[in-house]
Design a protein around this ligand. Structure first.
Ligand code: ZN
Length: 307
């Protein structure tokens, strides 16, 4: 079914139409994001940048065989299920993408050279090979911007309610990368704001059976990614959680991890500093233009507090 008309805002009631998010070729989502309303008093907003592998029919799967679209290059398997289960447990609102990161990666800034990948984990993406600025701008306008506008709107809604929300972003990573097994069960990614990441690493590490990555398998310092844009730039406490995909491959695994994370977040929700606007700066250095107007303390010594 081809996309017709304009994207519409998707509320919790409408979210069920996007249940096909983990499979391409399903029903066309009504918007480039799903919004789950949650409790207005909830302390966190849960985000899922790579929830879906959906690609509009007219782009013909970007020239990729279906097998490529069902693996991690197209989305983060299991992340959507964990996001829903976690949001439900902590009664939090959630914003999830409904499009593949191969179209355009919502976890990259508009000027990032990897915003639209021509090559991803060994796979050439034919539909992106000759992409020009016009097509790139179209994809920003149709997918990337509305997704980020929805996150901003949700943050503004919480602020209007008198709540400074913490941001929790859910991703998943492959058990093996370039022939090497990745030992971590979970990775906590962060830049310079320790408010959620440090206590979360401590809480997870108290379970001796868990191998917890501190900025593994990736670094959390990435200019203009989702948490930079909405967390670092706005001074909101934030953390990016990477879960190993084999551990959340079924609903049972997703529920188990959602339960573990919700217990920790429920504790952290009680900390006053988690609900204060505080600019911790960035390890990246001076912010990109998109953030300049929002940040006063970015770069420098990272101590620009304004709470
Ligand atoms: Zn991801």
């Amino acid at each position: 079914m081809a996309q017709t008309g304009r994207w519409r805002y998707v509320s919790a009631e409408m979210a069920s139409i996007c249940e096909s998010e983990d499979e391409s070729g399903g029903e066309t989502p009504a918007a480039p994001f799903v919004h789950i309303e949650g409790d207005p008093a909830a302390g966190f907003i849960v985000l899922c940048d790579h929830a879906s592998n959906w690609i509009p029919e007219e782009l013909r799967d970007l020239g990729l065989p279906h097998a490529e679209l069902s693996r991690h290059i197209a989305y983060d398997p299991g992340a959507a299920a964990v996001t829903r289960a976690l949001a439900e447990r902590i009664a939090a609102p959630a914003v999830m993408s409904t499009f593949s990161r191969l179209l355009i990666d919502p976890n990259r800034g508009e000027n990032d050279p990897t915003l639209v990948m021509r090559l991803s984990d060994g796979a050439v993406v034919p539909g992106n090979a000759r992409i020009d600025d016009v097509e790139k701008r179209k994809r920003v306008a149709r997918f990337h911007k509305p997704y980020h506008d929805a996150i901003d709107a949700e943050i503004d809604r919480r602020m209007a309610y008198g709540q400074v929300p913490g941001l929790v972003s859910i991703h998943s990573f492959t058990p093996v990368w370039r022939g090497r097994a990745r030992p971590w069960h979970i990775g906590i990614l962060w830049d310079a704001d320790p408010r959620l990441a440090v206590p979360m690493i401590a809480a997870l590490s108290s379970d001796t059976k868990l191998i917890v990555g501190d900025n593994e398998p990736y670094s959390g310092a990435l200019a203009c990614d989702t948490l930079y844009r909405h967390g670092t730039c706005r001074g909101l406490a934030h953390v990016l959680i990477e879960l190993r995909q084999d551990l959340i491959a079924d609903q049972e695994g997703a529920e188990e991890w959602a339960e573990r994370l919700s217990a920790i977040l429920t504790e952290l929700d009680r900390l006053q500093e988690v609900h204060e606007i505080c600019h911790h700066g960035s390890r990246i250095g001076p912010g990109a233009p998109i953030c300049a107007e929002r940040i006063s303390g970015i770069g420098g010594d990272g101590n620009g507090r304004d709470q």
